[in-house]
Design a protein around this ligand. Structure first.
Ligand SMILES: Cc1cc2nc3c(=O)[nH]c(=O)nc-3n(C[C@H](O)[C@H](O)[C@H](O)COP(=O)(O)OP(=O)(O)OC[C@H]3O[C@@H](n4cnc5c(N)ncnc54)[C@H](O)[C@@H]3O)c2cc1C
Length: 316
């Protein structure tokens, strides 16, 4: 099936749905294509989306954002985009259902994958719902203030995360997942901040409704078990940049696109938004990116259609 649209938004998370709503209100024909894997769908209740002091569940937020975008005419199509290329008239996206989409311009809002602890899928997702396993202290450390907090991953990234969490609790423990990669000075810094560093290697992680138990094996075959209120694995993320890379864009040292504003010069009509761009990984940031990317795409199309004053060119 071939689908034509004026503007294509890839991704139906907070970034993509904001871009779609803005484009629709700029009276652009908008098609949002997504594969149903928005990270925002996994949020049981977020407390830091402005305007929701009582919190909002990720599925409810995206349902309302979808309603908002479709109210103004945006269409949604569920499929995985497997290819994206620039053509003489714009872009063609290939879909895993055999279809293709042509568009004059694209907003890419494909987000990131979390690098997760190795637990059976249903156990992992239940632990997130039970609030005993989380990946983003900026999102929810406030809700765990004063608890026994553990960070998994004794490298600089893990140590930095433990230091960040120290603001929320004086019971923060750093656990090596496989090995302790910190030097003596870094251990001293953690010690000075009263952060405990365990020794050993994780052999099992057992979440339940009230907390999470981490089992460790020591060098001398001793085993120990440690109980926490919440565990934050610090394993980083894998940005979903494959489509941008197929277009010829480079990723930065974080594996992300780094900016949504320089795209026009490199690939005219292509913009990016949300977690794929930079690393705060927040809904409010994704929404802001979506609004900016949509506006830049709209202005690019106005420029193409000669609907701008000549002394304002190039429009950005
Ligand atoms: C458990 C949890 C709790 C969180 N709590 C908070 C919180 O309290 N506050 C907060 O601000 N943030 C929170 N976050 C982070 C927040 O979910 C993300 O920052 C936000 O969703 C990023 O929006 P996005 O639109 O960039 O990406 P996403 O929401 O991940 O959406 C990406 C979209 O791209 C689509 N997609 C990707 N690749 C393709 C492809 N090839 N083809 C088709 N579609 C594709 C996906 O289907 C999806 O629709 C949390 C995340 C998790 C997992």
């Amino acid at each position: 099936m071939a689908l034509d649209c004026e503007t294509l938004v890839i991704g139906a998370g907070p970034a993509g749905l904001t871009a779609a709503m803005y484009l629709a209100r700029y009276r652009r024909d908008v098609l949002v294509v997504h594969d149903g894997t928005a990270r925002a769908l996994r949020i049981p209740l977020t407390h830091n989306v402005p305007g929701f002091p009582e919190g909002v569940c990720g599925t409810d937020l995206l349902a309302r954002m979808t309603e908002h975008a479709t109210e103004y005419g945006a269409r949604l199509h569920k499929a995985l985009v497997t290819g994206l290329k620039r053509t003489a008239n714009g872009f063609t996206a290939q879909l895993d259902d055999g279809g293709a989409i042509t568009a004059r311009g694209v907003v890419l809002a494909t987000g990131i994958w979390l690098n997760e602890v190795d637990l059976p899928r249903e156990v992992h997702e239940q632990a997130i719902k039970d609030d005993v396993l989380r990946y983003c202290p900026i999102c929810d450390a406030y809700e765990h203030s004063g608890r026994e907090i553990a960070v998994l991953g004794a490298d600089l990234h893990g140590a930095a995360e433990a230091m960040f969490l120290r603001q929320y609790s004086d019971k923060v423990t750093l656990i090596p997942a496989w090995s302790d990669d910190l030097d003596a000075d870094q251990h001293h810094e953690l010690d000075d901040s009263d952060i405990t560093v365990l020794r050993g290697r994780v052999t099992a992680i057992e979440p339940d409704a009230d907390g999470i138990t981490v089992h460790l094996a020591g060098r001398d075959s001793t085993a120990s078990s440690h109980r926490f209120g919440i565990l934050y694995p610090a394993f980083g993320v894998t940005p979903r940049t494959d489509l941008a890379v197929k277009l010829g864009l480079e990723v930065n040292e974080d594996g992300r696109l780094g900016a949504l504003t320089h795209m026009k010069a490199e690939i005219p009509g292509f913009y990016a938004a949300g977690d794929i761009v930079e690393g705060l990984d927040q809904i409010s940031v994704a929404m802001g990116h979506g609004a900016v990317a949509a506006t830049k795409l709209h202005n690019y199309l106005r420029d193409e259609d000669d609907h701008v004053m000549s002394d304002q060119r190039p429009v950005d």
